[in-house]
Design a protein around this ligand. Structure first.
Ligand SMILES: Cc1cc2nc3c(=O)[nH]c(=O)nc-3n(C[C@H](O)[C@H](O)[C@H](O)COP(=O)(O)OP(=O)(O)OC[C@H]3O[C@@H](n4cnc5c(N)ncnc54)[C@H](O)[C@@H]3O)c2cc1C
Length: 391
């Protein structure tokens, strides 16, 4: 996006990428349909950026959700609004968009230099790259860094820039997993039996020690190590911060959100006869086997008493031990702090150096918010770099 802004003017732009091709994570995002942005009202949209809405707002005012859609249409790719308000390209693919985007950059004279891994600065202030042909040093008039976070490092963004920029005095909040799964100490029996099973239409409730609450209905997946999936990701920032603050966190599932406690007690009080508890729960209150497994795991003592069992179904507490590693998370929290940047995303202590994208210290849930803020900050940094080289 920064290259796009700059290349519309009389500026020579080189785009360096460590990997053999650019946009690998963008392509992987396409596997999930490429959720480009969200159609909710602007104020709600801005509020999604965790503790950083005030810093992200001006970026989105410069290039917001509607601009993302219009930009996409420029490539002849229509977008549509899904049931949840999420916006996707009509074909739900990233490749056609990426190909046309790269083509346009090339036509505007941007030189794509792949297999160029930036290592840091030389003594004389030039940028040092490792390439298959050895080291290369480059001294541009302005630099826009968009090095990503540290999730899915095999796609290129590995967070190796953190110590390099820190050494230059850039203020960086520690990188943390965002939109991540969590570990739960499953018994071997539960793990072997239920890993990979989806837990559908449950309600997740969580309150942290400061009294902030999360409540949402949705789906997640039981994994070998714990829990992941969209419902868990949505709560992940709050849960992760609670683990950091107090060492652990406990989430609560309502396994039958569409049934009242009274109704459950009534249904569960019907004689079970010779049926197993699993088939009793399935036939009387439509609780799936994996949910029964969870009840066995965390509320075994309540299984024989209809009232206690109904209470456990409505509020099953699950202790969470730790967030899954950042490499597995969808995105990264932490990064270059906004306080160290000016309004054009230029590092105050390094004039001529701009930062954008996921390497900045903001986070947001899934829903198109990640790509939108990456696009927006890239454009603002591009405009800043343009003003800088023209000054
Ligand atoms: C599985 C998955 C699905 C996702 N789906 C969506 C979605 O549907 N919607 C959404 O909004 N977001 C989604 N995201 C998040 C979104 O893809 C990222 O937030 C976004 O790609 C970040 O863009 P970026 O340009 O800042 O960083 P990246 O896309 O990570 O790009 C950074 C680039 O910098 C290169 N690089 C890093 N270090 C160096 C170096 N030293 N030298 C040279 N090059 C370097 C990397 O190789 C990489 O190509 C998804 C993420 C994942 C993992």
């Amino acid at each position: 996006m920064a290259a796009e802004v700059l290349s519309q003017h009389d500026v020579h732009v080189d785009l360096y990428e460590a990997k053999p091709s650019i946009g690998r994570k963008f392509l992987v995002a396409g596997k999930g349909g490429l959720n480009l942005t969200h159609a909710e009202p602007f104020e709600s949209f801005v509020a999604r950026y965790g503790p950083r809405p005030d810093q992200v707002r001006p970026l989105l005012e410069a290039f917001g959700p509607d601009d993302v859609r219009a930009w996409c249409h420029e490539f002849g790719i229509k977008t549509f609004v899904g049931a949840s308000g999420r916006v996707f390209p009509e074909d739900m693919k990233a490749l056609p968009l990426l190909q046309r985007w790269i083509q346009r950059l090339r036509e505007r004279g941007v030189k794509l230099q792949t297999r160029h891994s930036w290592q840091g600065w030389n003594q004389d202030g030039s940028l040092l790259f490792e390439t298959p042909d050895g080291s290369r040093s480059i001294r541009p008039d302005a630099v826009v860094m968009t090095l990503g976070g540290a999730s899915w490092p095999k796609l290129g963004s590995d967070g190796a820039w953190v110590p390099v920029l820190r050494q230059q005095g850039v203020d960086i909040a520690p990188l943390q997993p965002s939109n991540c799964g969590f570990d739960v100490n499953w018994s071997n029996h539960f793990r072997e039996r239920y890993a990979g099973e989806p837990l559908k239409s449950v309600e997740l409730n969580f309150t942290n020690s400061a009294g902030e609450t999360f409540q949402r209905q949705g789906s997640c997946v039981v994994t070998q190590n714990g829990l992941e999936g969209s419902l868990i990701y949505a709560a992940s920032a709050l849960v992760r911060d609670e683990i950091t603050a107090s060492g652990s966190a406990t989430i609560t599932f309502d396994l039958a959100p569409d049934r009242t406690l009274e109704k459950l007690i009534e249904r569960l009080s019907i004689s079970r006869g010779s049926r197993t508890i699993s088939s009793h729960l399935r036939s009387k209150v439509k609780i799936k086997r994996v949910a029964t497994g969870l009840l066995r795991e965390f509320a075994k003592e309540s299984l024989t008493d209809p009232t206690q069992l109904a209470h456990a179904i409505k509020a099953l507490t699950i202790p969470i031990t730790v967030a899954r590693p950042i490499a597995e998370s969808i995105s990264t929290a932490g990064g270059v702090r906004f306080e160290s940047l000016n309004e054009w995303m230029m590092v105050k202590s390094q004039p001529g150096l701009f930062c954008a994208g996921e390497m900045l210290d903001w986070e947001a849930p899934t829903g198109g918010y990640l790509l939108t803020a990456c696009f927006a900050s890239g454009r603002v940094a591009g405009q800043g770099a343009l003003a800088w080289v023209r000054r």
